[in-house]
Design a protein around this ligand. Structure first.
Ligand SMILES: Cc1ncc(COP(=O)(O)O)c(C=O)c1O
Length: 323
């Protein structure tokens, strides 16, 4: 058991480290060294969490000597939705922002799996807690990233913190301040030696992980909570729903009770950071037979194959960085 915990910690060790201030970033209309991409301590978003962000992965394919961004445009389309909620103006449409992301990756010359972090925020030096009439800022940076969550079978804990509901802080938008909810829940999970939190909605249904969507397998069907249960509408979730249907797996979006996870055959998390992360233990109970199940295994293999460009399916999901 001790070595399993150690293996899990080793796999994700890099996530907790500070990001090196090397390479090129983008801030307010120009590329600049990451070390110089700074904001004022008086920035509104730093005080009040009034920002929106995205997390995008690009996968390095050594055989093809190519870096593929996964579902690039869809991330900026979602960001365009998040900023509507926060009344922030982006400096361009999804195509223009996608071009900036590609240029950023080229300028950094990455030849490894990387994570791209675009951030739009209330940049005004203002203490007024409101949304309108405040100057907006936009930046982007990228850095090498391996696993964010363990992918070899993780432990999860149902959070005592409820998911923020749509009428409090909407989970549909990827809002910086909303991630306090995640930090509280994941921190609590770590106190119980679990890797990831499971959020319940205010009315007690399963919502999602701390930073990932959740799926379960029951009676051969792959089921995930609906978009109305206070989830981030995940791009990986959408990809997996499509992949599963193409594999002939019965898929469904419906409310899930907490104890359904205890009796499920399989549970796994998914997300840009999390990728496909099977869950073998919830609240101290073994999920299924305690091993990675066949559905999670197959979907993980197909997802990684497509994202890396080894599997030719869904070419529309991959954008090649280098010409
Ligand atoms: C709270 C939350 N839910 C779900 C996801 C998964 O979304 P996506 O697959 O678009 O990365 C994320 C981010 O990865 C997240 O932070």
């Amino acid at each position: 058991m001790a070595s399993t915990v150690q293996q899990r910690l080793n796999e994700v060790a890099a996530v907790g480290q500070e990001i090196a201030e090397t390479g090129v970033a983008y801030l307010d209309g120009k590329f600049t060294p990451l070390a110089d991409a700074k904001v004022s301590i008086a920035t509104h978003a730093l005080q009040y969490g009034t920002g929106v962000f995205e997390g995008i992965r690009a996968y390095w394919n050594p055989a093809k000597e190519q870096l593929y961004v996964f579902r690039l445009r869809e991330h900026f389309e979602r960001m365009a939705g998040s900023v509507r909620i926060m009344r922030i103006t982006l400096p361009g449409d999804p195509d223009a922002l996608s071009e900036i992301a590609l240029e950023l990756l080229r300028k950094n010359g990455f030849k490894s799996d990387v994570y791209v972090r675009p951030l739009a925020f209330k940049a005004a030096r203002s203490v007024k807690v409101a949304l309108q009439g405040l100057r907006d800022g936009f930046g982007m940076y990228a850095f090498p990233l391996g696993a964010y969550l363990p992918t070899g079978g993780l432990a999860a804990r149902t959070a005592s913190w409820r998911r923020t509901s749509d009428d409090a802080i909407p989970a549909r938008g990827k809002l910086t301040g909303a991630y306090i909810n995640t930090a509280l829940a994941v921190d609590e999970a770590h106190d119980f030696e679990a890797d990831e939190a499971i959020f319940l909605t205010a009315d007690g249904h399963v919502s999602e992980g701390g930073g990932a969507n959740i799926f379960m397998v029951r009676d051969g069907a792959l089921i995930t909570p609906p978009v109305t249960d206070d989830i981030l509408e995940g791009i990986t979730r959408d990809s997996i729903l499509q992949i599963a249907a193409e594999l002939g797996i019965l898929v469904g979006e419906r409310q899930i009770d907490r104890t359904e996870l205890y009796v499920a055959d399989e549970v796994f998390f998914c997300g840009t950071g999390a990728q496909v992360a099977p869950c073998v233990k919830i609240d101290g109970r073994v999920v299924g037979d305690g091993q990675i199940g066949p559905v999670a295994k197959k979907i993980g293999e197909v997802y990684f194959g497509i994202a890396h460009g080894d599997d030719k399916a869904h070419p529309e999901w991959r954008t090649a960085v280098y010409r």
